[in-house]
Design a protein around this ligand. Structure first.
Ligand code: NAG
Ligand code: NAG
Ligand code: NAG
Ligand code: NAG
Length: 387
């Protein structure tokens, strides 16, 4: 009996020790792979800027930025400026919260370099665990939305824009995201091409609960492609001041200050590259070559989304309140029509996408004129919203 037990114990120990050794090797291999990826992403900086929030921004030679590693961009000719002027519905930039948000304004990157948010090993690990259930995929359990989209019968579209108020909605865990965005897309479901630009609270990406500017793109409905910001090669940065993933330090307060920001995705009709514009500044672009099917867009829109794990409560969206004349808004909305002319939508050209109106809703005010232009509110408290 004793011998039996001893044998069992030895057997048990040996199999578990083996497993443990194997486990360590796998971890080591994964670690080396992460180190390899980090070396590819984080290029040697000419200067590094440390923000007071502990973020590290590397100033990278504009011709050596990580996006140019993409196999489709081998012979890419960098476009430093778009062939079009910016269009903004508001002459004054006073109300756009630019100064408050941009920590680099005093300490920008030297000439010929661009700011790139340094990626850490933890960032990579967090992002890997998120890629398989992307918030921008339609009909994923735990994802809810309150958006307005242009009817595809008015396509093709060459751009989308709006001034969006920025909040810091409450998010309870690293498995949740709350975001707002403008987007352009084209393609069938499996091969959907999409660019999304906005701000989000996404602790699973940044490891904090602040709001951050982001973009994201895909060419296969977030199946194999679908990174945020510069985590996979694609976005070509041209701005010296504003970078993707940037933390937004001053946000709107219900009943207090409103901070809003102009967001646009606009195609350069000559180069066909899709430019990203934040607060009337060109940040950079997604080269036309990246996409399998987006010479033009057949869907564009505005609004918000949230994500939580299935069968758990959903986080807040926007200001955390349902539309009531003071909630999170888009104003001065426009799109670029088939002649690539920027114009505000007409009420009959748009339709709402809301899947759980008790959690998040939309109120479409139409064209209010003046300071607001085409205006709608969206968002809500979340809570028990189902899958
Ligand atoms: C941003 O927030 C800080 C801290 O709350 C405040 O001191 C500062 O005045 C704000 N800046 C603007 C432009 O609102
Ligand atoms: C591109 O997208 C359009 C619109 O969804 C679709 O009809 C077409 O088949 C797509 N083409 C390719 C090559 O995937
Ligand atoms: C993802 O792509 C693979 C082929 O690369 C395909 O087999 C799979 O069905 C795709 N998944 C989705 C959800 O489209
Ligand atoms: C909208 O909701 C917010 C938050 O509950 C509240 O402070 C505000 O007074 C409401 N506005 C209106 C017009 O009801």
């Amino acid at each position: 009996m004793m011998i039996h037990v001893l044998f069992f114990v030895l057997h048990f120990l040996s199999t578990h020790l083996c497993l443990k050794v194997e486990g360590t090797q796998t971890i080591l291999k994964k670690d080396l792979e992460l180190e390899r990826q980090l070396r590819l992403i984080n290029k040697p900086p000419l200067k590094s800027i440390y923000t007071k929030f502990g973020d590290i921004i590397d100033c990278i030679d504009i011709y050596k930025q990580p996006s140019l590693d993409h196999p489709l961009l081998k012979d890419h000719k960098l476009q430093r400026k778009p062939n079009f002027h910016n269009v903004i519905g508001e002459s004054s930039e006073k109300n756009l919260g630019i100064k408050s948000m941009f920590e680099l304004s005093k300490d920008e990157c030297p000439k010929g370099t661009v700011p790139i948010f340094r990626t850490t090993k933890d960032d990579l690990i967090r992002e890997q665990s998120m890629l398989n259930d992307h918030i921008l995929i339609k009909d994923l359990p735990g994802v809810h939305l309150a958006e307005i989209s242009l009817r595809p019968s008015y396509a093709p579209f060459y751009g989308v824009a709006g001034i969006n108020s920025i909040y810091n909605p409450r998010v309870d865990s690293k498995f949740q995201i709350s975001m707002t965005h403008v987007w352009v897309e084209k393609g069938t479901v499996e091969s959907n091409n999409k660019i999304s630009l906005g701000w989000h609270v996404a602790p699973g990406i940044y490891g904090d609960y602040d709001s951050h500017f982001y973009t994201s793109w895909t060419t296969d409905n977030y199946n194999k492609t679908g990174c945020y910001n510069i985590r996979c090669p694609g976005f070509v940065q041209t701005s010296k001041k504003i970078y993707l993933g940037q933390r937004i330090t001053n946000t709107s307060i219900c009943g207090g200050q409103t901070i809003d920001s102009f967001l646009a995705i606009s195609q350069d009709t000559k180069s066909k590259n899709w430019w990203i514009i934040i607060n009337n500044k060109f940040i950079g672009y997604f080269p036309a070559k990246l996409f399998s099917n987006m010479s033009t867009a057949d869907h564009v829109g505005w609004g918000g989304r949230t994500k939580t794990r299935p069968s758990t409560d959903s986080p807040q969206m926007g200001s955390g309140h349902l539309p009531n004349d003071t909630a999170c808004y888009f104003r001065q909305m426009w799109f670029k029509d088939p002649s690539a002319v920027a114009r505000g939508p007409k009420s009959n050209q748009v339709y709402p996408l809301v899947d759980k109106p008790t959690c998040y809703d939309i109120k479409n005010y139409g064209d209010k004129g003046g300071h607001n232009g085409y205006y709608f509110e969206f968002g809500g408290p979340g809570g028990s919203c189902g899958d």
